[in-house]
Design a protein around this ligand. Structure first.
Ligand code: ASP
Length: 336
């Protein structure tokens, strides 16, 4: 008989392991582990062995931070040789931020790291946690994709391509600009799963720290003085959410404000307010002037990816020109 695969489960908090209370659902230490221990399907002969480690404190993922991403990465690195795969149980609210951040922090992954969670706690009757966690464990053991991915509602997405799109529905995540890696139906179907088998590579874990980065959506009638004040603060990067393929108002005041900021070394990244598609500043005159003001294209990266990639790159103490160059370079499959 072949040896069973061993999967490490890091439980950070989130709805999946929460318990009902008078104030609503709350994370309670030990509750998730006990709930799983009482569910025989997790111990079926065809399931891999697993070990659960609960973080302390368990958090609502709204409270996640780069410090927690670093802790998670170091935790997985420390256990890397003891397990065949890794699952992170996480709240859905910031799950895509964590998936994107970890995709940059880990380099040369030769084992799967799958993030999952649920909209209804595992202990509740109509839970989606059971199916998400059972499949994540099964996929980590028998259909491993050696990158940071996110499993939800029968789809495995590339982590840094995913985004939360639905606050209530079970189909909470999308991957707007990249197909799912796997789909769990009657069979587990490989859609765009990585082909490369990175064997015998040494896992590298980089630093990630918070940086002074801000997101600003454009809208008709926006007061440019507010943008000017923002850019006069000690800011390293501004993610400007523009219209369509990357268009902004054609306004001299806007362009002057942006140009003087980029000349001072502030990175300004152009991302679209549209969920799907790619920024192309050459498409219209309204986008082209942004290019001339020194604005960098966010291409088809998600907002979560642009923010965490900026955190990651700015944490490496690189010259700003190199950060700008790497921002538009494909590092972990995050852009097309
Ligand atoms: N607020 C919760 C969290 O993100 C929601 C969830 O788990 O789905 O931790």
């Amino acid at each position: 008989m072949t040896k069973k695969k061993r999967i490490y489960i890091a439980y950070t908090g989130g709805t999946i392991g929460m318990k009902p209370s008078k104030e609503g659902f709350v994370p309670v230490a030990g509750y998730l582990s006990q709930t799983i221990a009482d569910m025989p399907e997790f111990f079926h002969d065809d399931m891999p062995d697993f070990e659960i480690f609960e973080y302390d404190p368990l958090i609502d993922s709204a409270n996640v931070s780069p410090k927690i991403w670093q802790t998670l990465a170091l935790d997985i690195q420390a256990r890397y040789h003891d397990f065949d795969g890794f699952i992170i149980l996480h709240g859905t609210d910031t799950m895509s931020y964590t998936a994107s951040a970890l995709s940059f922090v880990f380099e040369n992954l030769s084992k799967p790291v799958i993030i999952t969670g649920s909209q209804i706690p595992l202990s509740q009757l109509r839970t989606d946690a059971r199916i998400n966690l059972l499949n994540a464990l099964y996929i980590a053991a028998y259909h491993p994709i050696n990158e940071v991915s996110l499993f939800f509602n029968n789809q495995l997405f590339r982590g840094n391509r995913s985004s939360k799109q639905d606050a209530d529905g079970f189909d909470a995540f999308v991957s707007p600009n990249y197909p799912a890696l796997l789909e769990a139906g009657i069979q587990i179907k490989n859609i765009a799963g990585s082909k490369q088998a990175l064997l015998n590579t040494r896992l590298n874990v980089s630093e990630i720290r918070e940086q002074s980065v801000v997101i600003l959506p454009l809208f008709p009638g926006i007061d440019w003085n507010i943008l000017e004040m923002l850019l006069e603060s000690p800011l390293q990067a501004l993610v400007l959410l523009t219209y369509g393929v990357g268009n902004a108002q054609q306004d001299d005041k806007l362009l002057n404000i942006l140009k003087s900021a980029t000349e001072r070394g502030v990175l300004i990244v152009n991302c679209s307010q549209c969920l799907k598609g790619k920024v192309n500043m050459g498409g219209y005159a309204t986008g082209n002037s942004l290019l001339e003001a020194g604005v960098i294209s966010g291409l088809d990266m998600t907002i979560e990816t642009v923010i965490t990639k900026l955190y990651y790159l700015l944490s490496q103490d690189l010259p700003i020109s190199v950060v700008a160059e790497l921002l538009t370079t494909n590092l972990r499959g995050e852009l097309s």
